[in-house]
Design a protein around this ligand. Sequence first.
Ligand code: COA
Length: 169
Amino acid sequence: MVTLAEYLGSEYGSASALRIEPPESEEQIVRAYLLYLQSLPAEARDFDATEGNARYMVESMLGPAWKRGEPILFAVMGETIVGATFTTLVPKQLTTPRPAAWGHGTWVREDMRGQGVARALMEAVRGRLRAVGVVRQIGQAHIDNHKSLASFQAMGFSPCGAILENKHI
Ligand SMILES: CC(C)(COP(=O)(O)OP(=O)(O)OC[C@H]1O[C@@H](n2cnc3c(N)ncnc32)[C@H](O)[C@@H]1OP(=O)(O)O)[C@@H](O)C(=O)NCCC(=O)NCCS
C-alpha cells in the first residue's frame, strides 16, 4: 500500500490520509469503471456509460487483469473510493519494441481533483509496471477532453498518434 504522502510530501495535509490500493472485488471495479465512464464528456466516450457496458469491460478484460495482479488501483479515503485507474499489460506477443501497458482510464472524484490524486495513482501504477519490467505506458484520450490531455501530459505522456473517427458512414 502506498500513501499519497509518500509520493507528494506532508504539505498535502488531509489528503495524506489517502491510500492507493487494489480493489477488493470485481463488483467494486464495475462501480468504479461506471463512475469513470460517467465522468467523461459524452463525445469522449468509446461507449455509453451504462452499467452493462462497465460490467462487460470488467468481465472481459479488467477483472481477469486484476486477478493476474495487473495495476488496477483505487485511491481510497477512509472507506470511500475517490479515484481509480485501470491499466492492463499488453500481451508480450503484441509488443514492439518494448513491453508496454495500456491505460483504460483514470478517474478522480470531482471534489478531489487538483490535489495530486491522479498523480499518486499513476506513480503507484508505474511502480508496479517497473517491477515486472514494463517501462512504456500507452493510453488514449479524446481530442476534446482538454483537461485529460493536459493532466496526462503533465504526468509525462506525449501524443504519439491519432485515432480517427468517421461519424457518417
Ligand atoms: C483527468 C483527472 C483524472 C485528473 O485527476 P487529478 O487528481 O485532478 O489530477 P492531479 O491533481 O493528480 O494532477 C496531475 C497533473 O495534471 C495536472 N492537471 C490536473 N488537472 C488539470 C487540468 N484540469 N488542467 C491542466 N492540468 C491539470 C496537474 O497540474 C498535475 O501536474 P503537476 O503535478 O505538474 O502540477 C481528473 O480530472 C478526472 O477524473 N477527469 C474526468 C475523467 C477523465 O477525463 N479521465 C481521463 C480520461 S482517461
